[in-house]
Design a protein around this ligand. Structure first.
Ligand SMILES: Cc1ncc(COP(=O)(O)O)c(C=O)c1O
Length: 379
């Protein structure tokens, strides 16, 4: 490599560390039963309607993607207009290979000659990774009791700020920014800043005070982008699909950063079927809502401190043993969770809410790690 001219921005990029795959843990520890509660995946999987729509669309796998993208965007516009009483059209939507890909387009579109991205810390590491990749400057703003500190974020804005990213609910804390706080923030944010709402988990939010970024877009505010996707409630994490909602002018501009044919029609048709499978969505929401409380009780019995969540994962803080030790001991017992070090919290654990059986297995393993001295035998 020494004769090649390398991009210094890329050399500075911290690599994303994903949750450990099940097969790797099985191999490493010689286990047959392993549960993965590390990547906020949907424990009930893909909607059966989405699976069959995907399979039908595979018949055209030899062709380039055709109408799937437009059809999905039209469907989203209809659904949003019914839900939010808006007048959106397909021109308000843009799709990508997951919200991660949309974030990449936004970074490319706005951080081209430096510029700053303001985000809360801890939060989803991709904001930092993409900002660095595209030569921007990261401005992390410390959290306030695990919530976004919106006043401090406003104070962090300078003439060089291009993006402010609000992760709502925030990964890895699971905390929510309320509608009142967002409204106050939006009243004060200067017009040269793009405000990105990352709402990867929005379908799981039960709080009626959840913010409504759609309203700003309906009002024609070009500086607002709302990101939602299909990886969580819709169980399509492996199919890679997300979308941005913005004014037609903003969406048109972002199309310049889009890679042509970036998503295949089978994925679009699976997404359309997933949106129609109300029973599956309700099952997922119900499971997470119930199991969240089961885990809260389990944590309280173990005297552990957790942050109440608005999403499908829970953050454990102020742990009685080092997070890395608990993580490794859980691995030996066939449970994969996450130490959110790359998110800015090396002393915490984040666990994804699974099925009841998976959660039971996790709590049993956790109790064993914290209260029994079996570590030598297990190792
Ligand atoms: C806050 C947040 N944003 C974006 C993503 C990436 O989503 P996608 O799978 O749609 O790329 C995740 C995934 O965990 C996330 O937690």
């Amino acid at each position: 490599m020494q004769h090649l001219k390398l991009n210094p921005n890329l050399l500075d990029v911290p690599l994303y560390i994903a949750g450990k795959p099940i097969e790797e843990v099985q191999e490493e520890y010689g286990l047959t039963e392993v549960v993965k509660l590390a990547s906020n995946e949907n424990p009930l999987g893909l909607s059966p309607l989405a699976l069959s729509a995907f399979q039908v669309a595979l018949r055209d796998a030899h062709r380039y993607p055709a109408m799937g993208d437009r059809n999905l965007r039209c469907k989203l516009a209809t659904l949003y207009n019914a839900q939010y009483d808006t007048t959106l059209t397909q021109a308000n939507f843009m799709t990508g290979n997951g919200i991660g890909d949309i974030l990449r387009m936004i970074a490319e579109a706005f951080l081209f000659d430096g510029g700053e991205t303001v985000y809360s810390s801890p939060t989803f590491p991709l904001y930092r990774i993409l900002t660095t990749q595209f030569g921007g400057n990261c401005i992390p703003v410390p959290h306030k009791h695990y919530h976004h500190d919106l006043d401090a974020m406003l104070d962090a804005i300078t003439p060089d700020t291009r993006l402010v990213i609000l992760c709502n609910p925030n990964n890895p804390t699971g905390t929510l920014i309320s509608r009142d706080h967002v409204d106050e923030f939006m009243a004060r944010v200067p017009p040269h800043v793009v405000v990105v709402f990352d709402e990867s988990y929005y379908e799981l939010v039960e709080d009626p005070h959840y913010s409504n970024a759609v309203a700003y877009i309906q009002q024609g505010r070009d500086q607002v982008l709302l990101l939602r996707g299909f990886s969580k409630v819709h169980g399509m994490a492996n199919l890679r699909l997300g979308y941005a909602l913005g004014t037609p002018a903003m969406i048109e501009y972002l199309h310049h950063a889009q890679i042509v044919f970036n998503t295949g029609d089978p994925v679009f048709y699976a997404a359309m079927a997933a949106l129609d499978d109300h029973a599956h969505i309700a099952r997922v929401r119900e499971l997470i809502a119930t199991e969240k409380h089961y885990l809260y009780e389990g944590f309280s019995e173990l005297d552990l401190t957790f942050i109440p969540t608005a999403a499908n994962f829970i953050l454990l803080v102020d742990l009685p043993r080092p997070a890395q030790f608990i993580y490794e001991e859980l691995l030996k017992r066939g449970v994969i969770v996450r130490v959110p070090a790359g998110f800015g919290l090396p002393d915490a654990l984040r666990v994804t809410i699974g099925t009841h059986t998976q959660n039971e297995m996790f709590l049993r393993a956790l109790q064993d790690v914290l209260h029994n001295n079996h570590t030598e035998q297990q190792a």
